[in-house]
Design a protein around this ligand. Sequence first.
Ligand code: SF4
Ligand code: SF4
Length: 154
Amino acid sequence: MVTMLQDLVEFYEKLDQALQPSKQICGTCGECCIKASMLRIYPLELENIKRYVNNESSLKKFVDFANNVVVKIWGNVEGQCPFQTGLLCSIYPVRPYFCRIYGHYDYQGKNLLDGCVYRGHATVYTKKEELPLLYELEELSDAFASRQELVTLK
Ligand code: SF4
Ligand code: SF4
């Protein structure tokens, strides 16, 4: 387990490096943590966050278990992410993949908020295969899921 979480940390470092050239300065906007209607998170990422916050009640607020593959943090309604403190992310070092790529990539070119500094700069995508390094995260996530199944069977 620890190795897998370390792999995830290294994955995030690689992803952040890959996103560096398209980075814009957000200032203290914080709107995407309030108005985005759905954020996907993989179970391995959730485990990583769980260890970081070590607080079941805030995790419960964070998680709407859609199924065992991905978790929709806010379900299907708009709402503020419970890990936003003021305008900032209180779990920034362990924030999930989709928080990291927000702004850099824009689904169908229609999903960035009005006033977002990334508008006009984002890479438009239509399929998840076009997202940076997502296949690597999915491989890690699959390995984590297999391991969880083995633990459950024991
Ligand atoms: S995890 Fe952090 S970056 Fe992601 S939506 Fe919540 S507050 Fe924002
Ligand atoms: S990515 Fe856009 S919406 Fe989110 S904090 Fe930055 S400027 Fe605001």
